[in-house]
Design a protein around this ligand. Sequence first.
Ligand SMILES: Cc1cc2nc3c(=O)[nH]c(=O)nc-3n(C[C@H](O)[C@H](O)[C@H](O)COP(=O)(O)OP(=O)(O)OC[C@H]3O[C@@H](n4cnc5c(N)ncnc54)[C@H](O)[C@@H]3O)c2cc1C
Length: 448
Amino acid sequence: MGTSPEVVVIGAGICGIATAYHLAVRRGVSTVTIVDPRPPMTLTSDKSTECYRNWWPTAPMIELMNRSIDLLDALAASSPDAFPMTRQGYLYVTADARRLAEMRRAAERSSRDGAGPLRVHPGDDPYTMSPEAGSEVPSGADLFIDGDALRRAFGFVSQRAVGGIHVRRAGWLDAQRYGTWMLERARDAGARLVRDEVVAIGGTRRVRNAELRGGISLPCDVIVAAPGPLLADVGRLVDLALAVRTETHLKMAFRDHLGVIPRDAPMCIWADPQQIAWSDDEARGLAAMGRDDLVGGLPGGCHFRPEGGPDSRWVLGLWEYGATPVEPTFPIAVDPLYPEVVLRGLSSMVPGLAAYLDRLPEPVVDGGYYTAAPDNMPLVGPAGPDGFVVAGAVSGYGIMASAAVGELVALHVMGDDLPAYAASFLPRRFDDPAYVASLADLGDTGQI
Ligand SMILES: Cc1cc2nc3c(=O)[nH]c(=O)nc-3n(C[C@H](O)[C@H](O)[C@H](O)COP(=O)(O)OP(=O)(O)OC[C@H]3O[C@@H](n4cnc5c(N)ncnc54)[C@H](O)[C@@H]3O)c2cc1C
């Protein structure tokens, strides 16, 4: 692709903005037009929990996230008005000795694949807590192989817990400020934002122009498709069938006015499946509402993190107990029972939260879609006609991956040398029947 291509980016979510930033600011391509009918970052990218981690089950994902966090750290440190990042980590907790053993095996693999050293407690002491912000915390992870050692560090965790793992190159960031910061810099470098929708793409073997609902046609050499949950629709504009599914993921925020959750707590994930202890009356009521789905076994992955600084009381809680593929529709449908189910789920990990079950705190619920490929790895790279580049399927990790995804798209667009991980994310991997067949044995994909 040429040295100064005319680029149209479909979508002003975090992936489209990071792409525009890397092209315009890092590569000096001033001819970048982002097209979106919505205000920037308002479809999915402002619904996220804003967390990041380099702890993933496969080497390409670890390499991608390490690169992305390197870039995020450097951007956050580059100017005082950039965006804050914490480094409080992710804590995965279990009450199941077999799951703890599997956690240990998986952690040893991730450590070997580049996620950093693994320290075991008790044993490899001392364990050091995370400072509130900044990067002077150890890398890698701390594995607690007994519940008492875990509770010495995290006193709010249930007596039932038998261990857990605290991932250290992890935390959260202000994603809105991060996206806005990149967009402002991209615009300063010549990128423009057009409020419209791409409804057709001209050209047969090579893209020629993007046609907008408002009637304008934008001539271009390259089209980057970063339309979030609408990726399959945009693929169809160039007769490209992309293997993606979308799942609803909700999130709730509540004020922890009793101060149950310490403000320096990590993102905490209860790894075990669980069954909620509804009373008989409650179970009958749920059955009468047609909600038997909530009465039986529910999956693992219920999680929370403190939101805001030391003076805030807000906590975010999430649990996708019913994630099945759906067609994306807007506004997203919200389960009215979500806050109660999440709080009940979280109280398995943090019994102190049960104090809220008689009188639920007023919740704020929102959510969006995870858009994912069958292997839960992103789709990044050329596909379909020449000049068409995909930047999506970033599932539940689009904020943390966006810096490396934007950079990788820019490398593809400019025809530059690619990092080793690039091949793992090419959309055409799904054209290989052997690769698709190998997914039948897909283990943990790292998704929460
Ligand atoms: C509840 C929840 C929690 C999450 N937590 C985390 C987390 O902790 N960490 C993390 O890293 N990620 C998290 N994610 C995932 C993350 O939010 C997404 O992966 C990311 O925001 C996707 O960004 P995107 O740019 O691909 O899509 P979007 O943000 O959806 O942006 C796509 C844009 O494309 C536009 N568009 C679509 N079609 C067209 C068209 N034809 N023409 C023009 N524009 C078009 C849309 O209007 C939209 O603005 C979470 C997601 C959810 C829902």
